[in-house]
Design a binder for this molecule. Sequence first.
Ligand SMILES: [Zn+2]
Length: 354
Amino acid sequence: MSPVSRSTILLALDSVGIDPLGHDRPESVYAESRFLFPRGKQGDVVPINDAPIPGALVATDVIGNDPRGAIECALTYTSIFSGQSAVDRHGLMRGLGLKEGLFKQLIADANLFRQFDHPCLLNAIFPAHLSFFGSSHVEDLLPRVDRQAVETGLRYRGRAVQFKGTDKNGFAELFTLAEINQNIFVHAAREAGVRLNTWQDVRDGRALTSTMTHELEAEFHVEFFDEEPLPVHTPGAAARILTAQAQRHDFTFYKYQIPDLVSHTGNLELARRVFSIIEDFVEAVLQGTDPDTIVIVTSDHGHLEQLATSHAHPKTRVPTWCFGPDAAHNAARLRRPEDLFHVLVEFAPRLSVA
Ligand SMILES: [Zn+2]
């Protein structure tokens, strides 16, 4: 095998599950899908023929053998970035929070970012830290901002922001704005020495916030944080930023957070709009990448597909799409989130030399 340096891209969509009632019915959030959920196609591994690069879709099980408790983001991201099942080791969340020490141990044992010579975390970190993000993985990097000062100083659509609780769900908007979302991949990136992007990198066209198009940030009065507003841009423009970075790195990871926030609104039309943004973004990414590039799109748990009926993360399987060489073969191997680690490392340049 020749030691060709190949670009791999992993996109994570927060809270996008497979529709358990079928994406073909008109009521489905995915009814208008142009290529990600092809109509009339069932089966284990579904070919995606209408994408700019041929691909395949598989249902990935993020719950495993643990039917009790709640599926939370950090469980799936720990599995993806460590190659071990965090659900098998930890169990689902049962009301007492998550044992973060175990997640960190799994990441210390194996870290996806460390498997590559030039990894990139595309998500930018907002340069302020709220002290009530107790277990943020980046808290020591960022200046602390008093909660009360934020509540009196920050404006959203002209109104003061009121936080409902101390957990991330109590202030979903700021959760995204702040970008310090307690996700294990930020910890993994830091442990691997991956540079953490800031909003200045976003302004310079080198990184994305987790809202991708910045429409949400545009609604905030961010001058409170001594920050200039971010330019609103299209999914296509965001995709160009991603593909440019993917050309300079052998592994590029980006997480899109908006489906999670939209899922908590219960607004079907909004959910459909967000899904069309996802599809436009993935299409533009595929149009902008070499057909030799491995592009994988996955999710950490469901919700968008059942936002009208579920107030918590439903225990549905999540879609994982593979594009590029051997797409169907790769997709068939992605039954669990930890499988992503093992498939992706096969494309790491140092391993292809061996
Ligand atoms: Zn999530």
